[in-house]
Structures are given as C-alpha cells and as structure tokens.
Ligand binder design. Structure first.
Ligand SMILES: [Zn+2]
Length: 367
C-alpha cells in the first residue's frame, strides 16, 4: 500500500512541477492498516477535513474501481480480575475471572438476536487465566470486535456490550478494566471520483505478466479452495455483471485476472472494515484494487504474502501509483470533476462523522 501511494505522490509532484499547475499533493504515512487504524486516529484529530479528494488502493485479486460501503468496527479488550483460590479446598474464597469472561460471552450471544442485520460481534479469549483447573482463575481477558454498517450504530452497540461486561463482573464479584484498541468508520462511496479513477484505469490498462509469473500464479492458485470464484465486488450483487466477469475470467485463461473489470456502481457492501472509511467521512474518497495475487486467493493468507515479494506484487504497486496519479492530474486540471465529487460528498455525509475513537485513546495493540 505504501509503495503504491508513494509512487502516486511522486508522479503528481513531477506533474505539478513540470506543468507549473497550481496544487498540492500530500502523501500520508498510515501505519497499522490491518489493526491499529492510523487513518481513523488521524480522522479523530480532523486531519482529512479540507482535502479536495483522497485516493488510495488496496491489493486484491482483480483490477477494479471499488464502490459501496464497508462495516465500521470497534475493538475493545476486557481484563477481568478476581481472587485466586484452591478450586477444591477454598472455592468459596475464590472469584473467577474466567467465569466472568464466559458469562460475558454468553450475554453477548443473547444480544446477537437484537441487533441490526449487518452488525457482527466477534471475540477471542486472549487470556484464559492459566492451565490449572484446580485454581480459581484470578485473571482472564477477552478481546471484542463490534461491527455495524454505520459507525454511529457501532458506537451504540458497543455501549450494550460494555453493559454485559458490567453484568458479568457483578455476577461473579470480579472487576474489569476496559482497554480501547481501535475503531473504524464505515466507508462513504463517491461515484464521481470512481468514474475518474475508472477512466484513467481504462486508459492505462492493467499490469501484464510474463509466462513465468503466470505459471507461478497458476501453481499458487492450486493451493487454496475457491480459485474459481468470480472476481469483483459487482459480481456479488449483479447477475449481469457476474456474467461479464465470468467471460473475462474465461478469456484470461490463467489464474491472474489480467483485465480491468467493468465499472460497477450499484449497491455494494464489504462486511470487512478499513480505516479508509474514516477518511471518506471527511473528504471525497475513492479506491482501486490492483491484481496482486491470483483469482480467489484468500485475504490474509500465506499465498497473499508469497505474491508480495514477486514481480507480480511489485508491478501491482507501481501500477496502482500510475492510476492514482493520473486520476489526481485530472482532478487538478478539471475543476468540474472536483466540484461534482464534493457535491456528492456533501449529499452522502449529511449525517456527519461519528468518530469511534474516544478523545483520550492512544494507539495500542491488544495483548
Ligand atoms: Zn488491508
């Protein structure tokens, strides 16, 4: 991500200097994209307000312009503290932090029926207190992720999860500490910017691959299930679009999607989360995917990683830089495009940005 964005910024800088076009390009270093949510912390401090537009990319199995929304997400860790005791000799003197974690999880199971359709709650027990059943566990921790399509809803849902933690502590006579990990807003789409990205993607084409690279991709695609999945966000929502994607896949004849998917601007929703969402509530924002690994390659897999250090990965990052830079040049030289993007942004963000990150939170990792 960083290399592609860097390439884009250098391209725009060179363009501004060579053509003496007035304008400013800013490259933001945004660490912790997969847990850490740097862009959301930056949004809490209002960093993205006032930008004309923000453009970015993410590696994927297809070349496409992204559209639609994504889930907002809040991560919180709950550390329960009880009293250790011999589980057979002195159970009455013990207060189990592990019981509190279990009761909290049970409470959340009952909450699931009473939340909105797209909301999701996930958890991981990060500390079960120890390995000895004959000890009343004095400490235990659970990490929660609360997701909802709208960030304001996620913030409300989070409050209900907090109440369940309080209930679990009350029932077990334990105490708990809450540690905020990170929070991300949902994504506000911008069709006007997406069209500018698509036009430039069309003009620049897609990265091409050598016979050797294609053979590597084919071999890699044999190592995971789902390599026949149809690429593209639109394929999940639109039958005609899915047919077009199928035709393009068939024509490609190998595991790399060496083609540009048609522009899709219908309904779309990504159940995962991204800190690009927080940016998109503060300025017009759009994103592309560039094929960085073979078709259907599962996200966050070793196969993804294996492509990152090949020419396939390097080509994708540089190509993303080209498309983003070319789109930015259009935005800098055709004010009407920016006006359209800004008008759409105003319409879509009437509700205003709800920041999921508390004012006093500092970036931390879950332990
Ligand atoms: Zn990512």
């Amino acid at each position: 991500l960083g290399a592609g964005a860097f390439a884009a910024a250098l391209g725009v800088k060179a363009f501004l200097e060579a053509t003496k076009t007035p304008g400013t390009v800013v490259l933001y270093g945004c660490p912790g994209e997969e847990g850490g949510a740097a862009k959301a912390f930056m949004a809490r401090d209002g960093l993205w307000y006032g930008l004309d537009a923000a453009l970015t990319w993410h590696p994927n199995d297809a070349n496409e312009v992204l559209t639609g929304s994504s889930n907002s997400c809040i991560q919180t860790q709950y550390h329960f503290t009880g009293v250790a005791a011999h589980a057979a000799g002195d159970p009455d003197r013990g207060r189990s932090a592990l019981d509190a974690v279990e009761l909290m999880n049970v409470g959340v199971q009952f909450l699931r029926e009473h939340m909105s359709d797209k909301a999701r709650i996930h958890y991981a027990i990060t500390d079960a207190g120890g390995r000895s059943p004959n000890v009343v566990q004095p400490r235990a921790s659970v990490l929660y992720m609360v997701r909802s399509n709208h960030v304001a809803e996620a913030v409300e849902l989070q409050k209900r999860v907090d109440k369940i933690a309080e209930g679990a502590a009350l029932m077990t006579e334990t105490t708990f500490e809450k540690k905020f990990i990170d929070g991300l807003a949902d994504t506000v789409t911008n069709h006007a910017l997406e069209r500018v990205l698509y036009q430039n993607f069309q003009e620049l084409g897609v990265p091409s691959h050598t016979t050797e690279e294609l053979a590597y991709a084919d071999q890699l695609s044999a190592t995971y299930p789902g390599n026949d999945r149809l690429p593209g966000v639109g394929s999940q929502y639109d039958l005609d679009y899915a047919e077009q994607a199928r035709a393009l896949r068939t024509k490609a004849g190998h595991a790399m999607n060496d083609f540009l998917l048609p522009l899709y601007q219908g309904d779309a929703f990504e159940p995962g989360s991204t800190d690009v969402g927080d940016v998109s509530w503060q300025c017009p924002t759009a994103q592309i995917h560039v094929a960085t690994w073979p078709n259907g390659c599962p996200g966050h897999s070793w196969q993804n990683v294996s492509c990152g250090r090949t020419d396939i990965g390097h080509k994708a990052a540089l190509h993303a830089g080209k498309v983003l830079a070319a789109a930015a040049m259009d935005l800098l030289t055709q004010p009407a495009l920016l006006e359209e993007a800004k008008a759409e942004f105003q319409r879509r963000t009437v509700a205003g940005y709800t920041c999921p990150i508390p004012a006093d939170a500092v970036p931390v990792v879950a332990d």
